[in-house]
Each structure stands twice: as structure tokens, then as C-alpha cells.
Design a protein. Structure first.
Length: 260
């Protein structure tokens, strides 16, 4: 797979323009979710959205692939409560999946924009260096057995309102499954959520960081591994989880800027 093109993501002014464009795109998309008659064909919106995502993340990126599967209706394969109730609406589900991809891109750009601002020297940078992973991690470790179905994984993510589950084999942790894994790997492969085991779409190994490390180290590790969740350890024993949302919260507290 070709490497992603991210050359435009290094300057704050360019990032700011990308943020404005994604916010505008999401604002326009609301008309397809409402009962009002859209002012433009959905095909035209998809073309504009895919062009924007390609410009920012590259044509061979996971983000472009995720949007493609969303618009193709493959999102209907994901585990949803609506399926159980017999009211599953494939078209509506596809629209919701499009929205999730765009919101994920926006969240990623917001994180990059704040990181770019933190690179400027000053009191904020010094304050950030004092924040540790322990200050912002979740102390609850939600896990799932590797043989459980991806439908069960989706149910637990919703139940606990988290973005990841640590996968175990009954005696040790062997991987991690995230909401992104379910939406991309499960959808892309057309997996049956009722019969496919979590083992088929989990990420491994578990990438971890010690609780005493600075929060800036956690962000650097997430960028290096291209992930949004880290297992937190104390003497190499997993005691919690740190998500990209936790990292953003730390930076927001230092800068005083509200979460978008």
C-alpha cells in the first residue's frame, strides 16, 4: 500500500483551513440526516467528501477506505441494536457511518492542531511536561475473550461507553479491539458479526505505556504507532487505558481552550 500523504499537516494555518472545511462538510451533511429535502444530490456530497479526505490523508489512506465502505452500504454488517429489533435501515445506517468517518477525521485534525500549538515554547509547554499518564488515564480495564463475537464486542463498547476493549485468552492479554477495528476491519472484510470472533479483527500486540510517563510521551507513541488507545501499565501489569480523548483533555486544560 502506498504511504499516506500528510505533507500539509505540519503547519497550523493549513490545519486550521482543513478544520474549517471538515466542519463545513459536516454541517452540510446534516441535511441528509434530517427530514428536510437536501439541496444537493448525495452523490455530489460523497464526491466532495472523498476529495477532501484524499487531499488531507492521501488516496490510499484508511480514512478514504472507511468512507468508501460507508457509502457502499457495507456498514450494515456492523452489530447494531436495530438489527435485533428487526428495524434495521441500511440506507440510514450508511448515512450514520459516513458521519462517523467525517467526525473521526475532524477529531484527528483537532488533535494535530493542538499538538502544533503546543510546539511553541512558553509556559504551556512547561506545564504540559508535568502532566503524567496517571493523571488522565481510565482506571477501569474492560476486557473481552478472544472467542467472543464482534457483535458482543460492539455491545460491550456501547454498554461501557468506551472506545476499546483489551482482548484476553483466559490467562493473559493478547490484543486490543477498538471501535475503529470493528468499523474498518469488520466492514472491509464483510465479516458476519454473529459468528466472527474478536480474534479476527483485534490489533496486536497491546501497545502500552507506564503510568508515570509524561502525557506528551503517550501522544508521541500514539502518533508513532498510528493508534488512539494505549494500555497503561504499572511494573508491566495493565492497570488502565489511555485514549486520545484523554490526551486531548490534558492539552485543553493546559491551554484553556474548550473541547470542540
Amino acid at each position: 500500500m502506498p504511504r499516506r500523504s500528510r505533507t500539509g499537516l505540519q503547519r497550523a494555518d493549513i490545519l486550521e483551513r482543513y478544520l474549517a472545511r471538515f466542519r463545513k462538510q459536516l454541517g452540510t451533511f446534516q441535511m441528509f440526516l434530517s427530514r428536510k429535502r437536501p439541496s444537493m444530490p448525495l452523490e455530489d456530497f460523497d464526491e466532495a467528501a472523498e476529495e477532501l479526505i484524499s487531499q488531507v490523508y492521501g488516496q490510499a489512506s484508511d480514512e478514504v477506505e472507511a468512507y468508501f465502505y460507508a457509502k457502499s452500504g457495507e456498514a450494515a454488517n456492523l452489530p447494531e441494536e436495530a438489527q435485533e429489533n428487526g428495524t434495521h435501515d441500511v440506507e440510514r445506517e450508511s448515512l450514520q457511518q459516513r458521519r462517523q468517518v467525517l467526525e473521526s477525521c475532524l477529531s484527528d485534525l483537532e488533535m494535530r492542531y493542538r499538538l502544533q500549538a503546543k510546539r511553541q515554547p512558553g509556559a504551556n509547554g512547561q506545564a504540559m511536561g508535568k502532566r503524567t499518564v496517571e493523571d488522565y488515564m481510565s482506571h477501569e480495564v474492560h476486557s473481552i475473550h478472544r472467542a467472543a463475537t464482534i457483535k458482543e464486542a460492539g455491545r460491550l463498547l456501547q454498554k461501557y461507553k468506551v472506545g476499546s476493549l483489551i482482548v484476553d485468552d483466559g490467562s493473559r492479554y493478547i490484543g486490543i479491539v477498538t471501535d475503529s477495528d470493528l468499523s474498518r476491519k469488520a466492514v472491509a472484510k464483510g465479516l458476519d458479526p454473529n459468528t466472527t470472533a474478536v480474534l479476527a479483527c483485534m490489533s496486536k500486540p497491546v501497545v502500552s505505556i507506564e503510568e508515570t510517563e509524561p502525557i506528551s510521551e503517550a501522544l508521541g507513541l500514539m502518533k508513532q504507532e498510528k493508534i488512539r488507545h494505549l494500555a497503561v501499565t504499572a511494573d508491566r501489569t495493565i492497570i488502565g487505558v489511555l485514549s486520545i480523548s484523554d490526551v486531548l483533555r490534558a492539552y485543553e486544560e493546559v491551554t484553556g481552550s474548550p473541547a470542540s
